[in-house]
Design a protein around this ligand. Structure first.
Ligand SMILES: NC(=O)C1=CN([C@@H]2O[C@H](COP(=O)(O)OP(=O)(O)OC[C@H]3O[C@@H](n4cnc5c(N)ncnc54)[C@H](OP(=O)(O)O)[C@@H]3O)[C@@H](O)[C@H]2O)C=CC1
Ligand SMILES: O=C(O)C(=O)CO
Length: 330
């Protein structure tokens, strides 16, 4: 009998076939409330693959045979890693394969917000372009400005490379640890959050969602930003207090915002954020190109196969699980 695994995200057919050579696949689709059949399958499954499913003690209590949970995303804020580790369950994500694609998206969003590209597109398409444009339609420059990055990790660094080499921008960053590469190669400076907010023309959030970063950017932080600042969120919606963002935009505390992520996704049609003029919105498409999504799914499948075949999954988040198992078997 092949081990049972749950696949709760549509992935390319050739990768499903690869999984089928190793496992009995139980197909489900992610929903706010997973149906009883999901929990029935979960009680027998050794692995789960997909993204965004909340994996906490409540779910794990119903998964006595689980050995590995596989995210097909780099972010893993949906996992209670401490609880998984305590229970000896491996957790994996998909770093690196999406870094450049996400950095391209973020830089595109930054440019689109500064130069008001979606608004100008609408202006032309709707037949409003009848004479030379006036200064009410001007944007602001990106080149030679100061970019502040909160979370100078893989993606933050790839954005900083584009900003430094392509746009001659000055880079400030805020991390808990230093990035020698960013400092030496991109002349980036690690500064306090306060200094970053006060001195940046563009503020980019790229830090993962955690207890520490939940609503990291709120009322006080928007007040510290320049009135001409453009705020970009590419990480997770919950890192920002959305109400405070709306207030900051409406009261001209900041100039504009470019968002790929939201407190609630998909963002509700009636969200007040969609009524604010100076916001550019994307539907969480940071990594959404055919090539990159394929690589993310492929890496997820590799993690699942290796993890359940007694090998080390290539991108294991909690290697302590294996160390503990080795110690127990000695
Ligand atoms: N919009 C989209 O489609 C996508 C969004 N993402 C989001 O981007 C995030 C980052 O991905 P990636 O760059 O690969 O991850 P990394 O782990 O490489 O980078 C995260 C960075 O954030 C820093 N960080 C963590 N906690 C804090 C904190 N409390 N304060 C300040 N900095 C902090 C870390 O540095 P240090 O530990 O030194 O503090 C690290 O440099 C993902 O977790 C995900 O949420 C990712 C892909 C696509
Ligand atoms: O990988 C992630 O964390 C995403 O948000 C989707 O690419």
């Amino acid at each position: 009998m092949k081990p049972e695994v749950i696949l709760y995200k549509p992935i390319p057919g050739d990768l499903v076939q690869r999984l089928e050579t190793h496992f009995e696949i139980r197909h489900h689709l992610l929903a706010r409330e997973m149906p009883p059949e999901f929990y029935k399958d979960l009680s027998r499954s050794e692995g789960i693959i997909g993204s965004k499913l909340k994996v906490d003690s409540h779910l794990l209590d119903q998964a006595p045979n689980l050995k590995i949970v596989v995210n097909t995303s780099v972010g893993y804020d949906n996992f209670d890693v401490e609880e998984l580790t305590k229970r000896g369950i491996m957790a994996t994500n998909t770093p690196d394969v999406l870094t450049d694609t996400v950095a391209d998206t973020i830089f595109g969003l930054l440019l689109a917000t500064a130069r008001r590209i979606p608004e100008m597109h609408h202006y032309v398409r709707s037949g409003q372009w009848n004479e030379n444009i006036g200064e009410e339609l001007y944007g602001v420059d990106v080149h030679h400005k100061v970019l502040g990055i909160i979370g100078m990790g893989r993606i933050g660094t790839a954005v900083a490379e584009r900003a430094h080499h392509g746009f001659k921008m000055e880079i400030l960053y805020h991390n808990r640890s230093n990035s020698p590469y960013a400092e030496e190669s991109l002349q980036a400076q690690n500064v306090s959050l306060e200094k970053l907010l006060q001195e940046s023309d563009f503020v980019l959030v790229m830090a993962p969602l955690s207890d520490e970063t939940y609503k990291l950017i709120g009322e006080k932080e928007f007040q510290l930003m320049k009135k001409s600042a453009i705020f970009i969120n590419g990480s997770r919606g919950e890192v920002v207090d959305e109400k405070a963002l709306i207030y900051a935009l409406k009261s001209n505390e900041i100039l504009a915002a470019g968002l790929d992520v939201y407190e609630k996704e998909p963002i509700p049609k009636e969200s007040p954020l969609l009524k604010v003029k100076n916001v550019v919105t994307l539907p969480h498409i940071g990594s959404a190109t055919s090539e990159t999504r394929y690589q993310m799914f492929r890496l997820g499948v590799d993690n699942l196969i290796k993890g359940l075949n007694g090998e080390i999954p290539p991108t294991l988040i909690n290697p302590e699980v294996l160390t503990k198992k080795r110690e127990e078997s000695n």
